[in-house]
Design a protein around this ligand. Structure first.
Ligand code: NAP
Length: 337
């Protein structure tokens, strides 16, 4: 195929103040760089939009370097190799890499992982079988130490991570799985399609009230994607020795002043709670086990998932990202080119 000399990429135009706007992104025509030794040139086919990207748009000190204003954004993507300067990578191979937000990416082969479209749909490597899936699995298995018989609460349960977390809990023997989400359609999806025992819309009534009603005997494990009122409600509902895997706190990602902490944190003492934050990249050792176990459940239909795919190419990516932050996605939010 002919490789163009220039192609589109999306730059950070400005650091968002509060909720990001379309004006924080710039669609730019940039040169396509041929691959050097040890590199591949990739034509991207699908890219991921993720909550952590909001954090990288800010220059606050964090666990990962901020995006630079005036430079292309980055993120998970899958594409087809169109030129290769790296042994082991051939034209036509499909690779997962970290240079999304652009039509063509010149990627160091060391940062690219070959994926097989015959084994699973390409999109799944960015969702249920990729980073979000491993996050759910590691959070429950490694971080929260899920045990058979646990009552588990998952916040943000209809998202990319949450939909996997709730089902892994069920399939690994939780006695009751409860989920929260922001629309009635998502709540129905959790209950009717994913087999959650109970689910509620956090916009309907205070989370603490709805959680107490859904888990009258309390919860043993909390998988938290949301933070804020959800974390406070979980602390109130925890049984003695309750364990929280703190995965994310999306309810505060756009806050312009630091939000107050859980007002009932003092309960953690008497209940002997474990509240443990984690990052997926510290749990690589679980990947093989995750692919075997979760891949098996996906293949035999016991673990289901959905995706929200924005079609129409790179220009649609900012809107897909903003839509994800607004809660318009169910399951993994993706953009196809
Ligand atoms: P996602 O859940 O697919 O998408 C984000 C969802 O967040 C939206 O669909 C929306 O759903 C919800 N949301 C937005 N604003 C909210 C608010 N104010 N209160 C409650 N819910 C809100 O995203 P994801 O990729 O699966 O990520 C989920 C969480 O995991 C995020 O916090 C992310 O940062 C975290 N994460 C952590 C790691 C790690 O290594 N620790 C790795 C991946 C992801 P509703 O309609 O339900 O509001």
């Amino acid at each position: 195929m002919t490789v163009p000399s220039t192609a589109q990429e999306i730059h950070l135009a400005s650091r968002p103040q509060g909720f990001p706007t379309p004006g924080d992104f710039d669609l730019v025509q940039a040169p396509v760089t041929p691959p050097g030794d040890g590199q591949v040139l990739v034509r991207n086919l699908v890219m991921s939009v993720d909550p952590y990207m909001r954090g990288r748009m800010s220059d606050a000190k964090s666990y990962v370097a901020p995006y630079e204003v005036g430079k292309a954004l980055e993120g998970g993507a899958i594409g087809e190799v169109v030129a290769s300067g790296a042994p082991g990578f051939a034209v036509g191979d499909h690779v997962l890499h970290g240079l999304g937000w652009r039509e063509y990416a010149t990627v160091d082969a060391a940062q690219a992982v070959k994926v097989d479209p015959e084994r699973a749909p390409l999109n799944a490597y960015l969702g249920v079988l990729g980073m979000p899936g491993l996050t759910a699995y590691a959070g429950l298995v490694d971080v929260a130490g899920l045990k058979e018989g646990d009552t588990v609460f998952v916040s943000g349960a209809a998202g990319a991570v949450g939909q996997v977390a709730g089902q892994v809990a069920r399939l690994r023997g939780a006695s009751r799985v409860i989920g929260s989400a922001g629309t009635d359609a998502k709540v129905a999806y959790l209950r009717d399609e994913l087999g959650f025992d109970a689910a509620f819309n956090y916009r309907d009534a205070p989370v603490a009230e709805q959680l107490a009603a859904a888990a009258p005997d309390g919860i043993d494990v909390f998988f938290d994607n949301v933070g804020g009122d959800h974390l406070e409600a979980a602390i109130a509902s925890f049984t003695v020795h309750g364990r929280a895997a703190l995965c994310g706190a999306i309810s505060v990602y756009n806050a312009t002043t630091p939000p107050p902490g859980p007002r009932n944190l003092g309960l953690a003492v008497g209940k002997r709670l474990t509240l443990r934050g984690f990052l997926v990249w510290d749990h690589e050792h679980l990947r093989e086990q995750f692919v075997r176990e979760v891949g098996g459940w996906v293949a035999d239909g016991r673990l289901r998932y959905t995706e929200t795919v924005t079609e129409g190419g790179l220009a649609k990516a900012p809107e897909a990202f903003l839509g994800m932050l607004r809660g318009e996605n169910t399951g993994k939010a993706l953009v196809t080119f």
